[in-house]
Design a protein around this ligand. Structure first.
Ligand code: ARG
Length: 264
C-alpha cells in the first residue's frame, strides 16, 4: 500500500512536470502545502517527518499518529526513521528516532474507504511537546490549519525542507460527500472530514503531506482534528482535501496506546 501510494505520487509528479511547458487552460490552479506560508520555528513542535515521504504527529512521548496508507501492516519494525524537533529538516536540531512497531487501523483497506490511521511506536521515548486529540466532535469545523513538508502544488516533484502551513475552511460532510460521490469516489462521512476553499481552490494539502495533521486552534493549544488522507489533485476548487476524522477514532487511538505494557 505504501509502495502503491508512492508510485502514484511519482506518476502525478511526472505528469505535472511533463505538462508544465504546455500549460492548458483547463489546468487546475497552481498557486501554492498549496497556498501556504512557512511555519514558525516552534509553532508546531509535535509534527514529525517519516522517511517514506509521509508526516505524522507526536501524541505521546512514545507514539506517532500517521495515516494507515503511510504505514506497513501491524507488527514489529525498525524500518521507519522519524525526524522531529525542527520545522527545518536540514537543521542540526532535527532528531531522528527509529520505529519499534506499527499498529495500523484494523479495518483499513483503501484511503477512500476510511479507517486511514496508524500508530508508530518509537524505539524510545522523546521529550517533545505532543498534540492534543479531540474528546468529541466539537472542534470539527471552522477555520482549520494543515501543515506539512509536501508539494507546493499539484504535480510538483520535490518535497520541502521547511515546514509549511495553510488555513483551510471546513467543508461539511454533505457537500463533500456529494462532490466525491458524483465523480464515483466512495466517501465515508463517519470516518472523514473535509477542508478546502470551494470558491477559489488554491489552499490544500498535497502529495507528501499525508499522515500529517489538520489542526484546530483551541485557546492556546492546537487540537488535531484530521490526518491528511486523500484528495483529487491538489488545491482544486471542486475537490476539498479529505482527512481522517480523528474525533471518530480518538478512543481507539488512546486505547491502542495504553494497551502496550512496557513503559521503556
Ligand atoms: N495521499 C497523499 C500523500 O500521500 C495526500 C494527498 C492529499 N491531497 C489533497 N489534495 N489534500 O501525501
Amino acid at each position: 500500500m505504501r509502495a502503491f501510494t508512492l508510485v502514484i505520487g511519482v506518476m502525478v509528479g511526472l505528469a505535472g512536470f511533463g505538462s508544465a511547458a504546455h500549460a492548458r487552460p483547463d489546468e487546475p490552479p497552481r498557486t501554492e502545502i498549496v497556498g501556504g506560508a512557512l511555519a514558525g520555528g516552534s509553532e508546531f513542535p509535535f509534527v514529525v517527518r517519516l522517511n517514506n515521504g509521509c508526516a505524522g504527529t507526536l501524541i505521546s512521548s512514545r507514539y506517532v499518529l500517521t495515516a494507515a496508507h503511510c504505514a506497513s501492516r501491524t507488527g514489529a519494525t525498525s524500518s521507519y526513521v522519524v525526524t522531529m524537533g525542527s520545522p527545518d529538516l536540514g537543521s542540526a536540531k532535527a532528531l531522528e528516532v527509529r520505529s519499534e512497531r506499527v499498529r495500523r487501523a484494523p479495518g483499513f483497506t483503501d484511503v477512500t474507504r476510511g479507517d486511514d490511521w496508524a500508530l508508530i511506536r518509537l524505539a524510545h521515548t522523546v521529550d517533545l511537546p505532543v498534540v492534543a486529540l479531540p474528546t468529541g466532535t466539537g472542534l470539527d469545523g471552522g477555520a482549520l490549519t494543515v501543515i506539512g513538508w509536501g508539494a507546493l502544488r499539484e504535480g510538483a516533484l520535490t518535497q520541502q525542507r521547511h515546514l509549511r502551513k495553510v488555513q483551510v475552511p471546513y467543508v461539511g460532510d454533505g457537500t463533500c460527500g456529494n462532490l466525491f460521490r458524483s465523480k464515483g469516489y466512495p466517501f465515508v462521512a463517519s470516518d472523514m472530514i473535509c477542508a478546502g476553499d470551494l470558491r477559489n481552490g488554491g489552499r490544500d494539502a498535497c502529495q507528501g503531506d499525508s499522515g500529517g495533521p489538520l489542526l484546530r486552534r483551541d485557546g492556546a493549544r492546537w487540537v488535531q482534528v484530521g490526518i491528511v488522507s486523500w484528495g483529487v489533485g491538489c488545491g482544486r476548487a471542486a475537490y476539498p482535501g479529505v482527512y481522517t476524522q480523528v474525533s471518530r477514532f480518538a478512543a481507539d487511538i488512546r486505547a491502542a496506546i495504553e494497551e502496550q505494557p512496557a513503559r521503556d
